[in-house]
Ligand binder design. Sequence first.
Ligand SMILES: C[S@@+](CC[C@H](N)C(=O)[O-])C[C@H]1O[C@@H](n2cnc3c(N)ncnc32)[C@H](O)[C@@H]1O
Length: 300
Amino acid sequence: MTTALPIGAGFGEEPLPEQELVRIRDVIYRAAGIFHPDNKLRLLLDRCGRRMKELRIPSLHEYTEYITTRPNRQTELVALLNEITIGETSFFRNQPQLDAFRHVVLPKIVRAKSPLPIRRLRLWSAGCSTGEEPYTLRMLVVEEAAAQLKDWVTEILATDLNERSLAHAQQAVYGSYSTRNLTPAYRDKYFIPSGDKLEVNALARSNVNFSRLNLSDDSRMTFMKSMDAIFCCNVLIYFDLASKRRVIQHFFNNLLPHGYLFLGHSESLYGVNDDFRLVHLPGATAYVKGERGLGGEKST
Ligand SMILES: C[S@@+](CC[C@H](N)C(=O)[O-])C[C@H]1O[C@@H](n2cnc3c(N)ncnc32)[C@H](O)[C@@H]1O
């Protein structure tokens, strides 16, 4: 079925051009593990509509051909993924989780690694969106630089699929919505005014490295080794079960034996993975890899 629309027209409540949408859904799923169930096809249509408007392509049929057969289809796929994966986030989004990380998990990681000659902490914000999560982690680490992390080198890897989000993260300028949870002390210590916005300062930017990484890219995922903690919050909602399982297995392989995995507030590995062990921390949960080097938390 071919849907011809005036350029820029909305799709409203018209019948869905399912054949084309299912083809585009398959392309997205194979590329990024993101699955649009039938009840999300209208949303997918809306996002394709944005790209069609930009490219001045008048019908979904032509756009489907463009993204499936044209030599530059990979470039278009990246652009469509940028439209699909716009992610909500903010600084200090999940305070109980951050408190548990700082006061319960970090001491365990420090203890587990203290016999090693090199004191290096490696954190990964996987699906970091516009950067608020990794910068928040960096601020917590700086707060501990004179105490738990004295003489430690810290590296925060921040990755996302969405190029536009990563560009925003590197620009590091944020409006009132993103910064609404900041305390005055953090605002003063880690931000500088930038018009009516706030810019993350050099101290909070240091040792935070952003790069584009598709969590469904098995070859790249294999190289994200030696992590002490992985934060993959509010990302797996995009994935179906099979894609989730693959990503979680990579996290398992990439964490050090004492490593921790943090998910979003309402996410769990129930039915997804049996290798990780769920632990209950004060006000939050996390997943641990090993039995050793832990203790203190309640596990299920
Ligand atoms: C809702 S945001 C979460 C941001 C942050 N982790 C938080 O909890 O505040 C979800 C992010 O996951 C990213 N994402 C979705 N699918 C992805 C994939 N296959 N690979 C990498 N990132 C992906 C999106 O681009 C988006 O930025």
